[in-house]
Ligand binder design. Structure first.
Ligand SMILES: [Zn+2]
Length: 346
């Protein structure tokens, strides 16, 4: 009987992972060498060290600098491929990946060309590893000017054809108040463009409540403070907004001291739709499988509850309905089979 074997073998969907947060260091260094980043980026070796031991309060800055090492569309293709391989190793079959185009503006690519490069990697991953990916075009809080352009593009048929399923909002919460993004999110809502903002990383539950009230998210990322605030949990439940958390992120940001302290049980017991994600797994030294395992081993979720959380990721995804139905059936069948294989004693 092995819970760990079961969890690792479960087919999964991952709804919140940053392209910029999943990398293999050797690939990044190879790209940096090919593009002469060592010579052109100040304090290059310091940034390399920060990959292994990041200062989590400077994660936006680290991401921004490392993104500068990439210069060409094919660099993006390689990063996507590495992401796909990492997902496949955990039996992730579908992922909605947050991509922040402003990080790559130095490449001089149009959004169409950038997506072409991303989809080159995505198609190779699908052929080689059977993982499907969709994109959430995300804008940074500290560069609100780009939001309109991104929104315009996200609403086009070309973007939908290229696998764009939603817009996102990320980055530390303090540079701009949530109200700064209200108009963009209202416009998105009018155009039926789905919306996935981060919330609460600086302002805690107040940031989360403001985001819920003003931005009308389809899913909310992090939602810091919500798990400990009954009023926030009630709003999430009443408005059927799933809460997508990475416990590893919360631990790295010192929101909780360990997995056992993370109030996952309160979210589930409040009837809020819970999603578990890895967010920036290379920095947080986690994987989606590790997060699932921690939910059972440290947060007191039963295997049945974990299966439900895993199926939430399919139900709350932005994939087409027919794919969703197929995947729900397949996942449920595999959970039954895996349960017999790994969890029941002879
Ligand atoms: Zn995130």
């Amino acid at each position: 009987m092995s819970i760990e074997n079961f969890v690792r073998a479960m087919p999964k969907a991952e709804l919140h992972v940053h392209l910029e947060g999943v990398w293999r260091k050797d690939t990044l260094l190879m790209i940096a060498d090919e593009n002469d980043a060592r010579a052109n980026i100040k304090h290059f070796d310091t940034w390399v060290k920060l990959l292994d031991n990041p200062d989590f309060n400077r994660i936006d800055q680290i991401t921004r600098t490392v993104s500068q090492w990439l210069q060409y569309g094919e660099d993006l293709t390689r990063i996507v491929y590495d992401l796909g391989v990492a997902l496949s190793k955990q039996n992730v079959r579908y992922a909605e990946v947050s991509v922040m185009p402003t990080l790559y503006s130095h490449m001089g690519l149009t959004l169409e060309a950038m997506l072409e490069a991303l989809n080159d990697g995505r198609d190779r991953v699908l052929r080689g590893w059977g993982v499907q990916m969709a994109w959430i075009l995300t804008f940074p809080r500290d560069d609100a000017r780009k939001a309109d352009e991104l929104l315009r593009f996200a609403g086009t048929i070309a973007a939908k054809r290229a696998g764009v399923v939603a817009i996102g909002l990320a980055g530390r919460e303090n540079p701009q108040p949530v109200t700064q993004f209200e108009r963009v999110f209202k416009n998105a809502e009018k155009k039926d463009i789905l919306r996935v903002p981060h919330a609460g990383d600086v302002f805690g539950v107040n940031g989360t409540l403001d985001t819920l009230k003003l931005l009308h998210p389809n899913r909310i990322i992090e939602g810091v403070g919500a798990a400990d605030a009954p009023d926030a949990l009630q709003i999430l439940k009443d408005n059927r907004v799933p809460l997508d958390v990475s416990m590893a992120l919360a631990l790295c940001m010192n929101e909780y001291s360990n997995y056992a302290a993370y109030p996952l049980r309160q979210i589930v017991d409040a009837g809020v739709t819970l999603l578990l994600s890895s967010d920036m797994p290379s920095y947080f030294k986690t994987t989606l499988s590790d997060e699932y395992l921690a939910a059972v081993e440290h947060s007191g979720l039963t295997i049945n509850e974990l299966q439900d959380v895993a199926l939430n990721a399919v139900r709350e995804s932005f994939m087409p309905d027919d794919l969703q139905q197929t995947m729900l059936t397949e996942f449920a069948q595999e959970y039954t089979r895996l349960s017999a294989e790994h969890l029941q004693t002879a």
